[in-house]
Structure formats: C-alpha cells, structure tokens
Design a binder for this molecule. Structure first.
Ligand code: NAI
Length: 326
C-alpha cells in the first residue's frame, strides 16, 4: 500500500473548505490509489465548526482517508505536510482600506510561511487561495527561507477555468477541446486572460471568434469581474468553483498535464520582464511533480498594455508589504 500523503488545508471551517475537503478525501486530488491524511487549520473560535465538518467527513467513510488532524497551531497543521492549501485569510470588512487588508493578511501569511519553513516536508507544494492570493504567497515564500521558492504558488486556475468556459460558449466548441490558454498576472480583476495561442482541435480560437471588441469589452471584464457577479447572484462568494480550481491546480502540478498548458501563479525567474520573486500568473506545463513556465510567447501592443496593468498592481502590493517583511 502507498504511504498516505499529508494534505494541510487552512480555513477548514470556511465555505471553500466545505467543498474542498470532501473531494480531497474522495481521491479527486491525488487519484483513487493514494491515501490521504487531512491536517486542518483554523482559528480557535472556528475549531468547533471544523469538528462538525470532520463529523461529516467521518460519515462519508472515505476508503482513502487515513487520518484527520484538527488544530489552531500552524506548526501542527503543517507538520510533514506534502501539500499545503492555504485558503484561510482575512476578508475585507466594511470600510477597510486596501493597505489594512494587505497588512492583516501579511501578518497571517508571515506566521504560516515560518511554520511551513519549520515543520513541512522539504518538498511541500504550497497553493495559496486566500486573497490577495499572489501577495499572500509572496509573503509566505519570503517567510520560508529554507524551502525552495518554487514550492510557493498562487491560484490563477479559477480565472483560467472561467476563461475556458466563456471561450467555449462564444466559439461554440467543447470546453475539453481547448488548449493553450494563458492567464497572466494577479488573481484580481486586472488578470489578463490571453487566448491568442488558444486552439480547439488544432484550430485558432482567436481566428474563429475574430472579434477584438468582444475580447476587450466583454470577455476580459466578464472573467475579471466574475467573482463579484457570483456574489451579486448568490449572495455568497464563489466556493465550489474555487475548490474545484484548487483541486485542478494541485492535481495537475503533482500528476502532470501531458504537455497541456495550465495557468499558475509562480515566483518569477525574471522572464517576461517580471522582477524575480514576484508571484505572477503564467502558462505552465507540469511533469514529474514540477512545473515549467512556457517561454517565448510574444506580447503584442494590447497584451503589453494589459501585462503592465496587472504587473504594476502586483508591484504596488509587494511594496505595500515590504516593511512587514523586514
Ligand atoms: P470563509 O470566510 O468562508 O472561510 C475562511 C476561513 O478561514 C474561516 O473559517 C476563518 O476562520 C479561517 N481563517 C481566517 N484566518 C485564518 C488563519 N489565520 N488561519 C487559519 N484559518 C483562518 O471564506 P471562503 O469563502 O472559504 O474563502 C477563503 C478565501 O479564499 C478568501 O480570502 C477568498 O477571497 C479567497 N478566494 C480566492 C479565490 C482565488 O481564485 N484565488 C477564489 C475564491 C475565494
């Protein structure tokens, strides 16, 4: 039998976790032959709720579930973790300034980065979902100097999947036929979903759609503001689709993409003019548990403009937390 994989999830009492944990325990993350141990972190006042979720997990009698840890101590949650999905974050409350939001989250991700540094497997794969996801991942990475920087990633996959769905509907093709989509930059409305290289059954989607006004005025705003549209309609933020994207991100990173492109927020190696270390959404392929950024994509004038907007936003977030990292 395989040794169980230790999967830490933070924000375990929250709504994304409620869609995520059951799927991990069911084998959707790592395959139906890999047992998992869930290591769940939340704040002290939320542990009772985590207990309730775990009662339900127990009641599913998942064959692959080899254990559950419940804790409010990040070092316990991350002990020997092979995978850490950091969902818990401080939401923006009414009247809260962006700087305060950044600072509140910086404090959380500094502690969690240090705990990962101390306790996790040296190969731990970290996915930050909690917003501002890219900058939170950046802070965790900077707070974990003994772990390879490349282990820290942020979730752009929900934007990627949202874009795939919009493109498939517009072009009248199956979503499963789409290849080579790239989502660049920050997980925020400034992200740039770039379908210039995208194909369906080998045919160019850009040529098939052939509508630059739709790209600029409909597609990009729809994908960028999708989170807000869901809050408006549902009264709650995206949760099941966010959990699904987290599963896609980690599963592909671990099990590979067979040459296919996925979008991941990863620490820049300096390519595409993004300063080293900034966690930037890029197209990547995954193989043998490692991701490789797709290189050599030319940026046209429009793409350069969009690229700059999202990069500038990330640079200003990094600047906003610089003092807290000293
Ligand atoms: P939620 O409010 O339902 O749950 C958050 C949970 O995190 C709560 O149980 C809370 O107690 C916990 N938490 C807060 N601080 C914590 C800490 N320091 N350590 C451990 N746990 C902590 O929120 P929901 O809907 O589950 O969303 C979680 C985060 O994911 C939010 O920041 C949201 O903005 C973000 N998100 C990101 C997406 C992406 O594409 N990257 C998509 C959708 C949501």
């Amino acid at each position: 039998a395989k040794t169980p994989v230790r999967v830490a999830v933070t924000g375990a009492a929250g709504q994304i976790a409620y869609s995520l944990l059951f799927r991990i325990a069911n084998g959707d993350l790592l395959g139906k032959d890999t047992p998992v141990i869930l290591q769940l972190l939340d704040l002290p006042q939320a542990l009772n709720a985590v207990n309730g979720v775990v009662m339900e997990i127990d009641d599913c009698a998942f064959p692959l579930l080899a254990g559950v840890v419940i804790t409010d101590d990040p070092e316990v949650a991350f002990k020997d973790a092979d995978i850490a999905i950091l969902v818990g974050a401080r939401p923006r409350s009414k009247g809260m300034e962006r700087a305060d939001l950044l600072a509140a989250n910086a404090a959380i991700f500094k502690v969690q980065g240090a705990a990962l540094n101390k306790a996790a497997s040296r190969d731990v794969k970290v996915l930050v979902v909690g917003n501002p996801a890219n900058t939170n991942a950046y802070i965790a990475m900077k707070s974990a100097p003994d772990l390879p920087a490349k282990n820290f990633t942020a979730m752009l996959r929900l934007d990627h999947n949202r874009a795939l769905s919009q493109l498939a509907a517009k072009a009248g093709v199956a979503v499963s036929s789409l290849e080579k989509l790239a989502v660049w930059g920050n997980h925020s409305p400034t992200m740039y979903a770039d379908y210039r290289a995208t194909t369906a059954n080998g045919e160019s989607i850009k040529a098939k759609i052939n509508d630059e006004a739709w790209n600029r005025d409909t597609f990009l705003p729809t994908v960028g503001k999708r989170g807000a549209a869901i809050i408006e309609a549902r009264g709650l933020s995206s949760a099941a689709s966010a959990a699904n994207a987290a599963i896609d991100h980690v599963r592909d990173w671990v099990l590979g993409t067979n040459g296919g492109w996925v979008s991941m927020g990863v620490p820049s190696d300096g390519s595409y003019g993004v300063p080293e270390g900034i966690i930037f959404g890029v197209p990547a392929t995954c193989e043998n548990g490692e991701y490789t950024v797709v290189k050599g994509i030319e940026l046209d004038e429009f793409s350069k403009e969009r690229f700059k907007i999202t990069l500038d936003e990330l640079l200003s977030e990094a600047e906003g937390v610089a003092d807290l990292l000293k």
